[in-house]
Unconditional design. Structure first.
Length: 539
């Protein structure tokens, strides 16, 4: 019943910041998923006794890809697959299941925050036994394999019914279909003070959680409405749909428009939050108030003592280089370890495994802790609710108090999308060459203190990674340039700006960053090279 099928390589199966991300139509090409999966299996080698998690965010093509993966796993000798009922699993719940079951890894079928549907994007995230994304040393080997692949193995069998919880077999392989929600909910109950949050809702506190028609709907309904007692209807867009109902499931001020409009209206509930396609990103809002992900990381870290699971102490905190410096001041005040890593959650994993950090976060709406090895959208929302429940303060009050205590890092990200790869690569290469000449240079009142590529030397595995170009000014303001690693076509240039203030705490970020934006645009010759006078997306 095991067939060996001849195939020819695709040349574009290199994983980016988080797994393989492609247009759905690319992934739908003959043998595309099969080549990629066989390359992973070939790279792992002996699969006997191995256990993997499989699930996805429910986007278009999930159902077909899952069946291919099941049949290929059975044909390649995998001992067991743990699969979310109906093929659903959020990225954080998947990481938890890998860790809890001491599985050897997992495959989460998602292009995360990218739109879905036949004309949208599809992706496969590959986690190893750490419960986090496989490191570049492994993904590079897989890529090499995809370029040489000649055949793949697949079990010739009818599709597996994924709708019933329980155990079944395909050949010698065990398939265990699990409720994707229960274990995750239990873990959240162990971390946070659910009684305090229940009391908060009983007192009349209101919230809106936008699941953006993606995977977190069932998790959010169970936790916020059924267990914590948020009023029915607090969770919206809760049904995962193959095309996310036309929504772009990226929880930011642009794409979570329905939520943002409500939160900035006079009808705003006390608290607003959204998650992305696969449930690892989060956005936090108060009444007419937005918390940047960089500030959110700093505020959560500063308040760790309010959370049952962390109150005995935390190891340290890490952020990606592109994230604002806000959390660095908190780390200093609490005298805990502090690390800066390249963009990509996988770079936090060694720091968590070696007990160097407990919390980590990124500007791209990701926050998390060492409870798993992925960022966790619902965890971040519960953390905020727990702080609010204990302090009795609003999102705005908590944030303003934080700025008064630590100062404020005004922070914004400017994305220039759909640039040709050649233009983007040349822009970055030329800028890198120019950086040494910028050292010590004055731009109006700003003086460059350091201009260099960001290079990370991992203290655990001693690998070295270069990611992005950084211009730092004497007053602590910074410009970071990097190319996105999660797109599915062309290139996106991201320009991250920050400016630190201790007095003027309530200004418009765009106004505060205007001069630095001009320096950033001119230094990299963005308009001349891309033809764009301004960014396509500003967050
Ligand atoms: C992925 C990674 C994140 C990273 C983000 C950056 O997020 O898991 O760690 O911050 O990509 O994306 P880019 O390279 O486009 O700036 P996700 O939510 O897409 O898995």
């Amino acid at each position: 019943m095991i067939k060996t099928i001849a195939t020819t390589p695709y040349t574009d199966q290199k994983m980016g910041t988080a797994g393989l991300r492609k247009k759905s139509k690319v992934v739908m090409q003959p043998n595309y998923v099969e080549n990629f999966m066989q390359s992973i299996f070939n790279t792992i080698g002996d699969l006997s006794g191995k256990v993997y998690l499989v699930g996805g965010d429910g986007r278009f093509y999930n159902d077909i890809a899952i069946q291919k993966i099941i049949k290929m796993a059975a044909a390649n000798g995998v001992a067991k697959l743990i699969i979310g009922k109906d093929g659903f699993i959020s990225t954080p719940a998947g990481s938890h299941i890998i860790l809890k079951n001491k599985a050897d890894g997992g495959f989460v079928l998602s292009a995360s925050h990218n739109p879905g549907g036949e004309n949208g994007d599809f992706g496969i995230k590959y986690a190893n036994e750490s419960g986090g994304q496989a490191p570049s040393s492994v993904t590079d080997k897989i890529y090499q394999n995809t370029k040489e692949i000649k055949e793949y193995k697949i079990f010739d069998a009818p599709d597996i019914d994924l709708s019933k919880i329980g155990t079944q077999k395909l050949g010698d392989m065990v398939i265990e279909i699990i409720d994707p929600v229960t274990d995750y909910v239990n873990m959240m109950q162990e971390i946070f003070d659910f009684e305090a949050i229940k009391k908060l809702f009983r007192s009349g506190f209101t919230m809106r959680f936008d699941a953006m028609n993606a995977v977190t709907g069932p998790y959010a309904q169970r936790i916020f409405e059924e267990i914590l007692g948020a009023p029915k209807g607090s969770v919206v867009n809760f049904r995962p749909l193959p095309d996310f109902g036309g929504l772009h499931p990226d929880p930011n001020l642009i794409y979570a428009k329905e939520l943002v409009d409500l939160m900035f209206s006079d009808k705003a509930p006390d608290f607003g939050a959204a998650n992305d396609g696969d449930g690892d990103r989060n956005m936090i809002l108060g009444k007419k108030f937005f918390v940047t992900p960089s500030d959110s990381l700093a505020i959560l870290t500063d308040n760790y003592q309010l959370i049952p699971a962390y109150k005995k102490g935390i190891f340290g905190v890490a952020k990606s280089a592109a994230t604002s410096s806000a959390v660095s001041r908190v780390a200093k005040a609490h005298n805990i370890g502090y690390y800066e890593v390249p963009t990509g959650w996988k770079y936090f994993v060694n720091l968590m495994d070696s007990n160097r950090i407990t919390f980590c976060g990124e500007e791209s709406f990701g926050t998390g802790s060492s409870h798993i090895r992925e960022k966790d959208g619902i965890w971040a929302v519960l953390f905020w609710l727990n702080i609010i429940a204990v302090t009795g303060k609003s999102v705005e009050e908590i944030t303003l108090e934080h700025w008064k205590k630590y100062g404020r890092s005004y922070y914004m990200r400017f994305d220039f999308e759909g640039i040709s790869t050649e233009v983007a690569d040349k822009l970055m290469a030329d800028l890198e060459e120019k950086l040494p000449s910028l050292n010590g240079r004055n731009f109006g009142t700003y003086k460059v203190s350091k201009a260099a590529p960001f290079v990370y030397n991992d203290p655990v595995d001693h690998s070295s990674t270069k990611n992005g170009l950084v211009i730092t000014f004497e007053d602590g303001s910074r410009i970071v340039y990097r190319l996105s690693g999660t797109g599915s076509s062309g290139a996106t240039l991201r320009v991250y700006l920050e400016k630190y203030e201790t007095e003027a705490l309530l200004e418009d970020p765009l106004k505060m960053l205007k001069d630095i934006l001009e320096i950033a645009m001119n230094t990299a010759e963005i308009s001349q090279r891309t033809g764009k006078q301004k960014a396509d997306v500003i967050t």
